[in-house]
Design a protein around this ligand. Structure first.
Ligand SMILES: NC(=O)c1ccc[n+]([C@@H]2O[C@H](COP(=O)([O-])OP(=O)(O)OC[C@H]3O[C@@H](n4cnc5c(N)ncnc54)[C@H](OP(=O)(O)O)[C@@H]3O)[C@@H](O)[C@H]2O)c1
Length: 378
């Protein structure tokens, strides 16, 4: 440990899901010890995500109970492990967390790898900052991994990258089982449909796409209430009412696409094309186009795609393993925000203060939100 010391610190409280379905329980725990390249963050605000209630009610990614959830946090660094040089004790940061023991956000102090975190932009409160990391990282991965589009705010590709064209079908393989892939050769993409442009992930994806490809035609599906937000606010060219029938959505997207031929790619932030009639959304594709379908993993079920569609199932942590600067996806975020190129994706609602407010917040989230991230202050 190079800065701060865990040994002299008092214990912490953890908000633990005791078993599938709950209840939560507050328990006392010793102050964590960071390993090399890790930091301990005193959480000041935590973001609530659908994954948290899905884990609670379905045990979606839970191996052992009791478990500590929470994948988004913002707070102040208290202790840093060996080799951490860019972050020091006392820094205000925002960070991806990860359910499981000391990495979960729903506790007083969270311990994560230093590259999961970045300086909190001065313009954002802790509550705002805590609403962003997982959605931003997931959007980064949908674009780099799923569409093969590099993001200019991350490092420029090094010489030699981009020359190998991967089989896009490979992109659905679990990335953890294979080494990082070379950055795909930038795909020829002139138009993209973002399904769920007003969701946290979708709102990040629209901004990142607009920044990367200024001439790209971006069409969003969302509720009418968010039409100005996704267009004037985030940079989509136009929007389609997500309450239309899927076949009507596909028709409207085609009409809005270049020459009315359909879009080259779809980023599906909400698995909107999952099952039954929703498959009609694939009719939005240009018949002779690359038909890239990059969708966020929202359950353990893959989205079945028609023949000819190149699908990539995406989860947030993939961002760190993408070439083209993915490892630094979080650390580059603060400067990106400061430059005015990335806005708070969705409005926040603070649903309570203290760890005990998390359970009620998750139930509220489960009932559904629209263009809002729920956050708890600590
Ligand atoms: N695997 C991962 O690593 C990972 C990471 C992040 C998120 N996720 C998953 O991705 C999904 C999105 O997460 P999020 O935090 O971005 O969600 P969110 O902001 O809570 O999503 C709510 C929004 O989704 C929109 N929406 C829902 N169904 C839609 C549909 N059929 N068509 C268009 N829009 C629709 C609604 O739009 P309107 O209000 O405009 O109606 C609403 O604003 C969640 O299922 C989450 O579990 C997975």
């Amino acid at each position: 440990m190079s800065q701060g010391s865990s040994s002299a610190r008092k214990g912490i409280q953890q908000y633990v899901a005791t078993r599938k379905g709950g209840p939560f329980q507050l328990i006392d725990a010793p102050y964590p010890v960071p390993g090399p390249n890790e930091i301990c963050i005193r959480n000041r605000a935590v973001g609530l995500n659908a994954l948290d209630w899905k884990n609670l009610h379905f045990g979606m990614m839970v191996e052992n109970w009791p478990e500590i959830f929470g994948i988004d946090t913002a707070g102040v660094v208290e202790v840093v492990g060996e080799n951490v040089t860019d972050i020091k004790a006392g820094d205000a940061v925002m960070s991806l967390a990860g359910h499981g023991g000391r990495a979960g956000a729903f506790q007083d102090v969270t311990t994560v790898p230093a590259n999961y975190a970045c300086r909190k932009p001065a313009a954002w409160t802790f509550e705002q900052a805590a609403s962003v990391p997982i959605c931003y990282l997931t959007a980064v991965a949908t674009i780099i991994k799923g569409l093969g589009v590099p993001l200019p705010h991350l490092r420029e590709p090094t010489k030699g990258e981009g020359e190998a064209i991967p089989n896009l079908d490979d992109l659905i393989s679990p990335i953890a089982t294979r080494p990082p892939q070379h950055l795909p050769k930038p795909a020829q993409i002139n138009s993209v449909l973002v399904v769920g442009g007003s969701s946290g992930v979708g709102a990040c994806a629209i901004q990142l796409l607009r920044n990367a490809l200024p001439n790209l035609v971006i069409i969003s599906t969302n509720s009418p209430a968010h039409k100005y937000k996704v267009t004037s606010g985030l940079g989509a060219n136009t929007w389609v009412d997500r309450n239309l029938k899927p076949s009507e959505i596909a028709k409207a997207v085609q009409d809005a696409s270049p020459q009315g031929k359909g879009v080259d790619a779809i980023i599906d932030a909400v698995s909107g094309a999952q099952g039954g009639a929703n498959k009609a959304i694939f009719d939005s594709f240009r018949p002779d186009g690359p038909k890239l379908y990059s969708y966020v993993m929202t359950s353990m079920q893959k989205v079945e795609v028609p023949n000819g569609v190149k699908a990539a199932m995406i989860y947030g942590r993939m961002a760190f393993q993408t070439d083209g600067g993915g490892f630094e996806a979080m650390t580059r975020l603060a400067d990106f925000v400061d430059k005015g190129d990335f806005k708070l994706p969705v409005e926040i609602e603070v649903v309570g203060k203290g760890l005990s407010a998390i359970g009620g917040g998750l139930e509220k989230l489960r009932r559904g939100v629209s263009g809002t991230k729920l956050v708890v202050s600590l």
